[in-house]
Structures are given as C-alpha cells and as structure tokens.
Write a protein that binds this ligand. Structure first.
Ligand code: ZN
Length: 101
C-alpha cells in the first residue's frame, strides 16, 4: 500500500517500516491519544491511525465527554507541526515495536 500525499504536512517515513504488512497489530484508543480501551487491529500504522480517527469522529458525534477532552488535547498538539510529527513518530515506533499476532 502506498500513501502519496505530498501536499500533506505529515510525511510518512516508509523506509523505516518493516515490510511485513500482513501482520495484524493491536493498539487501544488510549494508546492513540483517545480516551477508552477500545482495541484497533491493523497491519500498518497508517491504517491504525485511520481506524482511531474514525472511532474518534464517531465518539465526537456522540458527544462523548472523555473523547472530546482527548480530542481537544490532540488539537492543541496539531497546532505545532513539529510536535505533531513527533507524536506520530513516537506512535509509529510504538506500533512497530508491538509483537505481531
Ligand atoms: Zn475511544
């Protein structure tokens, strides 16, 4: 899978990714900056981030207070491209270090 979003502020460093995209990994909403223990299963970090985002939007629409608070914090983080990139790098590293299933 290739992500070509050159206009996007976040550049995914694919060079550091192991080439085993068939391995599913698990991360929780909380691990991804959310507020609950819902588990996401994905083979790539980008996919994981997408699932987390989708879940976040659902919780946002449901008006879940915990998630709204977590989202506000994320939005603060996103004001700075540097801290945003740092956050993504850390989470990707966390993802890559997870044992496969
Ligand atoms: Zn959640």
């Amino acid at each position: 899978m290739r992500f070509e979003r050159s206009s996007h502020s976040i550049t995914f460093n694919e060079a550091n990714q192991p080439n085993k995209l068939s391995t599913m990994k698990t991360m929780t909403c909380k691990q991804l900056g959310g507020a609950c223990n819902k588990e996401f299963h994905a083979a790539s970090f980008e996919e994981m981030a997408e699932l987390s985002k989708k879940h976040g939007m659902e919780m946002f629409q449901a008006g879940d207070e915990e998630h709204l608070r977590a989202m506000n914090e994320m939005q603060d983080l996103m004001k700075s491209p540097d801290s945003m990139r740092e956050w993504f790098d850390n989470k990707r590293k966390e993802f890559n270090e997870l044992p496969g299933q």
